[in-house]
Design a protein around this ligand. Structure first.
Ligand code: URA
Ligand code: SF4
Length: 207
């Protein structure tokens, strides 16, 4: 079974986690990616945003949500009254998964499997235990399934405040669509408005 568990340190803060995650070999995704993209932000953050996995830019730069999806997310958060700089931002899966027709050709994002997301879960659990956010914003289906189980359907629960027990702690979560889905939508403006509306719910829940 693939799992990050043996690589997760038993003590230390976020920087210890980040250092250990750089050497994770818990599943095969580390082989083709450039580096581990660990979460970013303060351990004191009130809100944690959970995406799917790093994209091409994130893989190169080593930081989550620094590419096009991240720019859109920051804009939507700001519009909803959540300062992106105050959030802890991370992904369900910490390595970029992609296909590439030939070396030097464009790397195309490939969705992680449930097995890969489950393997990477111990990192997300460790981040949650250290940050202890007041609210988790769940960005799309991969993050939702990683946190809430495989029956998660984003369309059914988006824009609502859920209360669930996750790794022994009562968490409040607001699910919404993934910002990359907004970028791919036929009606991008409507999809963007929907994302901001959901983030408004998160902002109100934070108070
Ligand atoms: N999409 C994600 O889910 N996470 C990132 O960090 C970038 C794009
Ligand atoms: Fe480890 Fe997660 Fe990377 Fe797999 S994707 S090697 S579990 S950090």
């Amino acid at each position: 079974r693939y799992t990050a568990q043996p690589f997760v340190p038993e003590r230390g803060g976020l920087s210890a986690l980040r250092e250990a995650a750089a050497g994770c070999r818990g599943c095969p995704l580390h082989r083709d990616a450039t580096q581990t993209v660990f979460g970013a932000g303060s351990a004191d953050a009130r809100v944690m945003l959970v995406g799917e996995q790093p994209g091409d830019q994130e893989d190169r730069q080593g930081r989550p949500f620094v590419g096009p999806a991240g720019r859109l997310l920051d804009k939507a958060l700001t519009e909803a009254g959540i300062d992106p700089g105050d959030a802890y931002v991370t992904n369900a899966v910490k390595h970029f998964k992609f296909t590439q027709a030939e070396p030097r050709k464009r790397r195309i994002h490939k969705a992680p499997t449930l097995r890969e997301a489950a393997a990477c879960g111990p990192w997300l659990a460790a981040e949650l235990a250290l940050v202890r956010p007041e609210l988790i914003v769940v960005l799309g289906a991969t993050a939702g399934k990683a946190l809430l189980g495989s029956s998660f359907r984003v369309g059914r629960v988006r824009g609502t405040v859920l209360e669930e027990e996750i790794h022994g702690r009562r968490e409040r979560l607001v699910p919404t669509v993934h910002p990359s889905a907004v970028l791919r939508a036929d009606d991008r403006e409507a999809a963007y408005r929907g994302l901001v509306a959901d983030l408004n719910v998160a902002a109100r829940a934070l108070g």
